[in-house]
Unconditional design. Sequence first.
Length: 256
Amino acid sequence: MNVFIFLREDSFMLPDQTRPDQTRPDQRTVSVSRNFSFKYYDEAGNLIPNANPEDIPGLTVEFADETSELEIHRPHAFQKTSIVVGKNCRVVILGNATVWVSLKILTLNQNEVHIGRNFDVRSADLVCKPEPGVNIRIGDDFLGSSQLLFRPSDGHTIYSLETKKPLNEPKSGIRVGNHVWFGQRVTCLKDAVVPDNCIVSFGSIVTRQVFPSNAVLGGVPAKVLKTGVNWSKLNTFRYRRKFASEFLVGPESDMS
């Protein structure tokens, strides 16, 4: 099988109301042949034989060598999506992924990035470098705003003057559960774990802490702001119209 390093002109940004199903016809690709592993699945989960990542609109892929693995499931809608699959690295994007503005995934050596079903993001950078063995895993039904950063290692060493041993080695990578919503400019650092049904507020930095599920997290570093919550993609007006008949009698509260 061939590998392709794709170089194309910049994609344009579609309006918020439009799903980015296509790229402009003037976008072009240039391919360089090597060995690699690419698996492409249709909506029913069937492997599509002889699939070529060059045929996926909005996607630029670079494979390091034959140990590079990329797996993508349809349907998807990519805009300015750039993926670098390093040596002994694996990137998986499950079905119904939507990238509105841009997505960058960078793996270098022995890294894995796994993105669950119904991934919906405006713009994000997922950076697994330069440490080998650090991974990023995002569960199903993730909703993300813009300028998100996932960085599972610090990139440089802090060490003890007494022992010379490093003090900031990553342990488990980054884990984001199912049905999680990130506001704009959220950053996840090494060993961050965000449980299911959580909301992370604007500008927060999530570090190595233990959080409950069904919580609002916020701050630098992030802490628990509220528990016993969940979230919906609907805005509050539409949510109230749809579910008002199911509301229970109780004290009114808000996040202000």
